[in-house]
Design a protein around this ligand. Structure first.
Ligand code: ZN
Length: 652
């Protein structure tokens, strides 16, 4: 094991790294009450946001899948890093110099060769250096063909610089020598995918090509796409970085770093087909454009863009006839050839939940955005995007094209061809709407179309039932979810959320964790019997062990939650995170103090009420004449508790 990072340094990193900033690179967050933000969870598939972030306490929690933690665990999960690696990554971003504990075996830690930790940082650094190298080469003497390629497509020098376009020299080891000169080892270079391995050693993967740096959402270069320039090049027209620990083509979207902000603001993402199309689109004012790299747009890409689009069911979105409200649009541009249309038709068979927000923009002349910008200028690219039609409409109308609708035979054929498509729309009201549209497009009676659609639906329904699939398919994130993480912790039975006592207890813990400065001192006087629900009792115990709300007032924010987590048992710590991120119903700043006091008062009241019931039952079990003294004492006690409760209620 490599040396451990010193505890104070880990704390400093956690303190300085702004969790909202780190999360925002992956998820569009919007305000959810005072000091709270929410968005679509990156760790499970959802349409309404249940992923909450509380910058003030430095914590995140998803109320959908139960994942949660601090800024370090977020980076670990989202980028698949180990703890040390995640701390190193964040330390680098926020400028904390890390120190390492010497390990017990005496091996030099910290400076010694650390294989695994830092690997990702090294690979990112290699890519950064490579991108710089390629970009410089583009303006060197050997890159004439590269510059000509760009100029022929109306891209000038400043365009190339804006997108970081570069040139990979024709030699076998130009980049290789450059990186070795910067101290990168052979193992690192092989792992980076920047070199290929042959029988006689390693050599540059990209040679004599125009290269585009492919960046992740945070803007870090994670790979390259490279276009062939010379006739003697026997390789494919486009060559990309192979799968590496940084570069996963199923997730990668070229241009996402540049488009991210516009996607979140405009609630739209435009999918184009290549690097030059992304450039042409952005330069034409379509700043939401991205492209997949060497693969079709798939489910993992959809997840990436949906998280940036944000909430897709509530507020501000497009209102459909069916009443569904959509928060974002995914627009595919196709150059109108059969391949593009086939892609759209294929999309029909898959998961349809997001088809209602999917649109298609086809350029009738078969031009892609790059051609279009050259031929007809930037307005034409914007007009192409504006001409989008819903995916359902596009697919259905495409199926009609092969028929002559002026003949009876043609209309019947068109109906038979299109009815199964309409029947395949699983949203009932949309299906009806499209049946009406289909009738209009073909020129038939609506009833006749509906009959054909329901006939097709019953046929395909039988087929579907025989291959029924589970509601929610397992996702990559699922495997990482250990048994002790999240709400599934087996040790504690979760309280019934409908139980009013459990609700009051939970809300009290929420305010004590989030607003210790407003918690009345009476809370810290409560004994261990103040909470009745086992899970909340365990959290209360951790709060007491951490010094109570009084300590929370001094520590404040993240340090307080951290202190409570440390006192909590392994199964209880996720509950602490959840409570520290949970939304608070009162979201006006000026009213929070009063709300907190109310919640704590309700909790104390609850405890007193429980004790009154206990005292009453004790009285009933005593015989007033035979046990007069005990009875008298119990009665006094009951009156005292009742007085206390009255005082409490009067103070409200
Ligand atoms: Zn989740």
């Amino acid at each position: 094991m490599a040396g451990l990072i010193k505890r104070e340094d880990v704390d400093a990193v956690r303190d300085r790294a702004r969790i909202d900033e780190i999360v925002s690179a992956h998820v569009t967050l919007k305000p959810a009450g005072v000091g709270s933000l929410k968005g679509l969870c990156p760790f499970h598939d959802e349409r309404t946001p249940s992923f909450h972030v509380r910058p003030g306490v430095g914590r995140w929690h998803c109320f959908g899948c139960g994942e949660g933690g601090d800024v370090i665990s977020f980076v670990q999960k989202i980028d698949g890093m180990g703890f040390t690696e995640a701390v190193e990554y964040l330390a680098d971003r926020v400028g904390v110099e890390l120190r390492y504990e010497d390990s017990r075996t005496g091996a030099a830690a910290g400076r010694g060769p650390r294989e695994e930790p830092g690997r990702r940082q090294r690979l990112l650094e290699a890519h950064r250096v490579a991108a710089e190298f390629y970009a410089e080469q583009l303006f060197g003497p050997g890159a004439q063909a590269g510059r000509a390629f760009l100029a022929e497509r109306s891209f000038d020098r400043s365009d190339a610089e804006r997108f970081g376009v570069g040139y990979a020299p024709t030699g076998w080891d130009s980049l290789l020598r450059h990186l070795q000169g910067r101290g990168f080892t052979q193992a690192e270079l092989v792992a980076s995918g920047l070199v290929s391995q042959g029988q006689r050693g390693i050599y540059d993967r990209f040679r004599g090509r125009l290269v585009w740096p492919i960046r992740d959402v945070t803007g870090a270069v994670i790979g390259f796409g490279a276009r062939r320039l010379y006739d003697e090049d026997q390789g494919p027209k486009y060559l990309n970085t192979p799968e590496t620990s940084l570069y996963k083509k199923a997730h990668v979207l070229y241009g996402i770093d540049l488009a991210k902000r516009a996607i979140a603001q405009q609630k739209r993402v435009v999918i184009v087909e290549g690097y030059t199309d992304v450039m042409a689109a952005h330069l034409s004012g379509v700043e939401t454009a991205v492209a997949t790299c060497g693969t079709a747009f798939g489910g993992d890409h959809a997840k990436v863009v949906r998280r940036l689009l944000g909430d897709t069911t509530a507020g501000g979105g497009l209102q459909l006839a069916s009443g569904a409200s959509l928060g974002g649009e995914i627009v595919f541009t196709f150059d109108g050839d059969a391949a593009g249309q086939k892609a759209a038709v294929r999309a029909f068979g898959e998961d349809q939940r997001f088809h209602a927000q999917t649109f298609v923009a086809v350029e009738p002349g078969g031009m892609d955005p790059c051609d279009l910008r050259m031929a007809r200028g930037p307005e034409a690219v914007r007009a192409l995007v504006d001409s989008r039609v819903p995916l359902f409409e596009f697919v259905i109308r495409t199926s009609l094209q092969q028929f002559d609708l002026d003949t009876v035979e043609g209309r019947v054929g068109a109906l038979r061809s299109a009815a199964p498509l309409v029947a395949g729309i699983r949203d009932r009201s949309m299906q009806l709407g499209y049946a009406r549209s289909l009738a209009r497009w073909i020129g038939l009676d609506t009833e006749e179309v509906r009959r054909e659609v329901s006939r097709a639906a019953s046929v395909s329904g039988q087929a579907r039932r025989s291959e029924r699939r589970p509601e929610r398919r397992p996702e990559p994130g699922d495997a990482a979810q250990g048994p002790a993480s999240g709400m599934g912790a087996p040790v504690l039975a979760m309280p019934d959320p409908r139980d009013p006592v459990a609700r009051v207890e939970r809300q009290a813990l929420v305010v004590v964790l989030q607003y210790p400065q407003h918690v009345p001192a009476s809370f810290d006087e409560l004994g261990e019997d103040a909470f009745g629900v086992p899970a909340w009792k365990a959290v209360h115990a951790a709060i007491r062990a951490a010094g109570g709300a009084g300590t929370g007032r001094t520590l404040g924010g993240g340090a307080w939650v951290e202190a409570v987590s440390e006192q909590a048992a392994e199964a209880v710590a996720p509950l602490v995170t959840e409570l520290s991120v949970a939304p608070v119903p009162e979201d006006r700043e000026e009213a929070i103090a009063a709300y907190v006091a109310d919640v704590v008062r309700a909790l104390v009241d609850l405890g007193l009420t429980r004790r009154i019931a206990d005292a009453k039952s004790r009285l009933q079990r005593l015989d007033p004449s035979a046990e007069a003294e005990a009875y008298g004492a119990a009665f006094e006690q009951l009156l005292a508790i009742e007085r206390e409760r009255r005082r409490l209620r009067d103070s409200a």
